[in-house]
Design a protein around this ligand. Structure first.
Ligand code: ZN
Length: 145
């Protein structure tokens, strides 16, 4: 079974984020300031250091990995929806080191931008609100009708 609802393209933003700022916070702040409640995020660039999460399905807690060195953002994919009445950015990131080895996970605060080029698709559509999901312990989209 799939919980899917149609959305429509409303606006498209393209730009870059400031050197030295926190990647997750910079995207979240842009969404808050522009009242973006539903969207898709894509980005590439580089970070000075990274903090990524791994959700432990047994303990139902995030474990965090700190990678304290420069890395390329080979891909960042995410979305914007609503949690507790506010826009929430959920993004996953893949990062490569100087040898091309990749690391990845759930983007966490503490990932610092070296350079970042971002594309943000803003959608019109039904509210995608996050709520506690018993099966996973995560806050997932409530798609019930
Ligand atoms: Zn995640």
């Amino acid at each position: 079974m799939a919980f899917m609802k149609p959305v429509e393209s409303k606006a498209l933003f393209m730009g870059r984020l400031a050197h030295g700022s926190d990647l997750l916070e910079a995207i979240s702040e842009f969404c808050l300031q522009n009242r973006i409640r539903l969207g898709r995020i894509k980005a590439i660039g580089a970070v000075q250091k990274a903090r990524v999460g791994f959700y432990n399905q047994k303990t139902r807690e995030y474990q965090y990995n700190d990678i304290d060195r420069p890395l390329e953002i080979t891909n960042l994919a995410g979305n914007v929806s609503i949690k507790d009445g506010r826009p929430m950015v959920h993004a996953h990131i893949t990062l490569a080191d100087e040898k091309g080895n990749c690391f990845g996970g759930h983007l966490a605060s503490g990932t610092i931008i070296f350079a970042c080029e971002l594309i943000l698709d803003v959608f019109d559509g039904p509210a995608f609100e996050r709520g506690f999901d018993e099966a996973t312990g995560l806050t997932l989209w409530e798609m019930g009708e």
